[in-house]
Design a protein around this ligand. Structure first.
Ligand code: UD1
Length: 432
């Protein structure tokens, strides 16, 4: 397996183009199942998860054509997705187990074909992650749900879902997206209450409207969807990745550097992250092309944070913030309220000399003078990034193993960090 070798201690300076958001791209690709016509998506990042979903979609009859490979840094891919007929309504275990977001084919398949069978995604490194909210939502739209041999079989009586009221007791990004997509082709009105408000959901809703859907309340807790007989094709550009942007903002602050993040409306979509980073002493200055990030204070200030659904501080930034807080002037309290087991980076950061104690879902991070490079192991996508960030300021070399997690979610990580002065290489087959 490959590993990353990072020599810490270099100040980062320059520009980093922010890629299209993985978490927006995946549901947008699934939305292509809702129409016979072509959905052309631009600004798609080159990521393992995009390829995995492409493969899954092809199994359902989607013809995807790469119109622009986006090989230059800062350029995304342009891919068209066309599904004249759904050739198969089964999403197999082999692919679904690799990527939980595969569950997002369930809504579109069920809505267009009146039936779908999708493997249960199973557990995952950051917690149980059930799909009960998705399933209850489909039931509220008249679907019959059966669980059999590790698969969810969903069917709509008379072949079409009916609009209804879907109230989520807990905010769920994936469930909101799945129900939203399904509702666009259901008969009648669907109201989604306590919907997630993440910008990726608004991105999906705007794309669906461009495809002929009628969704109102975008960006609020209540989405209203007037179902249509059919949707049509569209062209749509994926929004920038606010988690990638936040991760590089932290890299700028930790290395006392100055990085211009290149992308549209970054500060708007990064609300929760920017608020907390400002408290920690980070400065953001908007430019014509994006935003310049620097550390405005002498030292990073300790902050007390609880992860929350948007617009709160995102759970997907928790591990990276923790790496940053290992360098704070005092102590920081980080509470994880979304996923029950999202602290697997803690023992690895401690191996690098961090001072972190855990109390249930709360971590107390005391700032240390210097992290020390060490061989470490990535356990999930964002945990992996926290180890990279720690490596950027650690004394001597850090080797990050199992970097296939990073390949799932950070486009051209080595290239982007090297361009701003980081000493980072990818060593083929040297990892464990
Ligand atoms: C999405 C993001 C992920 C992010 C998460 C929270 C994608 C591809 N992934 O994941 O990066 O960390 O949002 O912002 O966009 N839950 C249930 N039952 C359900 C569904 C969820 O109990 O049916 C719980 C989960 O276990 C979790 C919470 O709800 O505790 C939020 O999960 P959810 O928002 O659904 O996360 P994902 O959509 O899986």
């Amino acid at each position: 397996m490959d590993r990353l070798a990072i020599t810490g201690g270099f100040r980062l300076e320059g520009q980093i183009p922010i890629s299209g958001a993985k978490n927006a791209a995946l549901p947008l690709m699934c939305a292509s199942l809702l129409t016979k016509n072509k959905l052309t998506l631009s600004n798609l990042p080159h990521l393992a998860d995009i390829k995995t979903l492409q493969m899954l979609l092809e199994g359902h009859g989607v013809k995807s054509t790469i119109l622009q490979d986006g090989e230059k840094p800062g350029e995304g891919q342009v891919i068209s997705f066309e599904t004249p007929d759904i050739t198969n309504t089964v999403a197999p275990y082999d692919i679904v187990r690799k990527m939980r977001a595969s569950i997002l084919v369930l809504g579109p398949l069920l809505a267009r074909e009146g039936e779908a069978t999708v493997s249960l995604p199973g557990g995952c490194a950051i917690g149980n992650r059930p799909i009960d909210l998705h399933l209850k939502g489909f039931e509220a739209m008249g679907a019959k749900i059966e669980l059999e041999e590790g698969y969810v079989r969903a069917s709509a009586p008379n072949g079409r879902l009916t609009g209804g009221k879907v109230h989520f007791p807990t905010v769920s990004v994936g469930a909101t997206e799945n129900i939203l997509m399904a509702a666009t082709l259901a008969s009648g009105m669907t109201t989604i209450e306590n919907a997630a408000r993440e910008p990726e959901i608004s991105d999906l809703a705007h794309c669906l409207n461009a495809m002929g859907a009628e969704i109102t309340g975008i960006g609020t807790r209540t989405l209203e969807v007037k179902g249509k007989e059919t949707l049509h094709g569209a062209e749509y550009a994926v929004m920038p990745d606010r988690i990638e942007a936040g991760s590089y903002a932290i890299a700028a602050a930790m290395t006392r550097g100055e990085i211009e993040l290149i992308g549209d409306n970054l500060l708007d979509v990064m609300t929760g992250t920017v608020g907390v980073l400002k408290e920690a002493g980070v400065d953001f200055k908007e430019t014509d092309n994006g935003v310049i990030v620097t550390l405005g204070s002498e030292k990073i200030k300790g902050v007390d944070v609880t992860t929350q659904p948007y617009p709160g501080f995102p759970t997907d930034m928790q591990a990276q913030l923790m790496a940053m807080m290992t360098q704070c002037d005092s102590a920081s309290v980080i509470n994880e309220s979304i996923f029950e087991n999202r602290f697997m980076h803690v023992p690895e950061l401690c191996r690098m000399g961090a001072d972190i104690t855990m109390h249930g879902s709360t971590a107390i991070v005391r700032g240390v003078d210097q992290l020390l490079g060490a061989p470490v192991m990535a356990t999930d996508l964002r945990a992996s990034m926290s180890l990279v960030l720690a490596g950027l300021v650690a004394d001597r070399q850090t080797f990050v193993n199992r970097i296939y997690h990073l390949d799932r979610g950070y486009e051209r990580l080595v290239e982007k960090l090297s361009a701003v002065g980081a000493k980072i290489t990818r060593d083929a087959n040297l990892g464990i």
